[in-house]
Design a protein around this ligand. Structure first.
Ligand code: FAD
Length: 223
C-alpha cells in the first residue's frame, strides 16, 4: 500500500472550525475530482490514526489541498490538526472514493460533505463547464458555510443555502425537507449528488425515493 510523507506548505482556518491544509504532492500521485485518501499526522503516536479526507485541489495542481472540519470534542486527528504547523509532515495513503461527476445536476451537501463537490466544481469551472449545476448546502449557521465566497462566485443563484440554527434573510431555514427538495431539485432529469452525515443522507435519500428519483441518477458518499 502506498504511504507518502508530504510536507505541509500552509495550514490556515477558512471558517471558525475548518482548516485548509496545502501540502506537497507525492510524485506520480493521481486522483479524480471527488476522490479521497486516508491521512495521518507524522507525529509520534499519530502515524497510525488514519482518517479519510477529500482532495479539494485538482489532479493537475503541483500541490494537494484538503479542507478539514475539526472536532476538538473527539480528541482525535482533526483536533490534533489544529496544533500542527507548516513544515511538519502528513502521511497520505491510497486514493479511493465513489463520487464522480457524471453530468449536470443538483449537488446536496451537509457540512464537510461539500468537499468532494468543491473539487468537482473547481474542475468544471476550470473547464468552463459549470453550466446549470446547482449546489444545495446545509449548515447550522452562516459562519459554518465553507468557501462561501468562492461558491457564490462559481454558482451565482444556483448556490442555495439552508441553515438549521439561524434565521437569515435570503437563506432557507430549517432542515432539508421533501417540500424543499421538490422546489429545488424539481423534476430535473439530471443527476443528484449527495454527501453528508449518515442521518442527513438517510432522510434525503428517502425523500428522493418518494420523489421517484431513479437510483441510478443518485451519486453518493456517506461522511
Ligand atoms: C470518504 C470520506 C471523505 C471525507 N472527506 C472529508 C473532508 O474532505 N473534509 C472533512 O472535514 N471531513 C471529511 N470526512 C469526514 C472525516 O473523515 C471525519 O470528520 C474525521 O475522520 C473525524 O476524525 P477525528 O479523528 O477528528 O474524529 P473521529 O475519528 O470521528 O473520532 C475520534 C474519537 O472521538 C470519539 N467521538 C466520535 N464522535 C464523537 C462525538 N460526537 N462526541 C464526542 N466524541 C466523539 C470516538 O469515540 C472516536 O474514538 C470524510 C469522510 C469520508 C468517509
Amino acid at each position: 500500500m502506498g504511504k507518502h510523507y508530504v510536507k505541509i506548505r500552509s495550514i490556515e482556518k477558512v471558517t471558525h472550525d475548518t482548516l485548509s491544509i496545502i501540502t506537497d504532492k507525492p510524485e506520480n500521485y493521481t486522483f479524480r475530482p471527488g476522490q479521497a485518501t486516508n491521512i495521518a499526522i507524522d507525529r509520534k503516536g499519530w502515524e497510525e490514526e488514519k482518517r479519510p479526507f477529500t482532495f479539494s485541489s485538482l489532479p493537475e495542481d503541483d500541490f494537494v489541498e484538503f479542507i478539514i472540519k475539526t472536532y476538538p470534542e473527539h480528541d482525535g486527528t482533526t483536533d490534533k490538526l489544529l496544533h500542527v504547523k507548516a513544515g511538519e509532515n502528513l502521511i497520505l495513503f491510497d486514493v479511493f472514493g465513489s463520487i464522480d461527476y457524471r453530468g449536470e445536476g443538483v449537488f446536496i451537501a451537509g457540512g464537510s460533505g461539500v468537499t468532494p463537490f468543491i473539487a468537482i466544481l473547481r474542475d468544471l469551472r476550470k473547464k468552463k463547464q459549470i453550466g446549470n449545476n446547482k449546489l444545495i448546502f446545509a449548515n447550522k449557521t452562516r459562519d459554518d458555510i465553507i468557501l462561501k465566497k468562492e461558491l457564490e462566485e462559481m454558482l451565482g443563484d444556483n448556490f442555495v443555502n439552508i441553515l438549521s440554527e439561524e434565521k437569515v434573510n435570503g437563506y432557507a431555514h430549517g432542515f432539508v425537507t421533501e417540500e424543499f427538495l421538490r422546489e429545488e431539485v424539481g423534476e430535473s432529469a439530471g443527476y443528484v449528488y449527495l454527501c453528508g452525515p449518515p442521518m442527513m443522507m438517510m432522510t434525503v435519500e428517502g425523500y428522493l425515493r418518494d420523489m421517484n428519483v431513479n437510483e441510478d441518477r443518485i451519486v453518493k458518499e456517506v461522511f
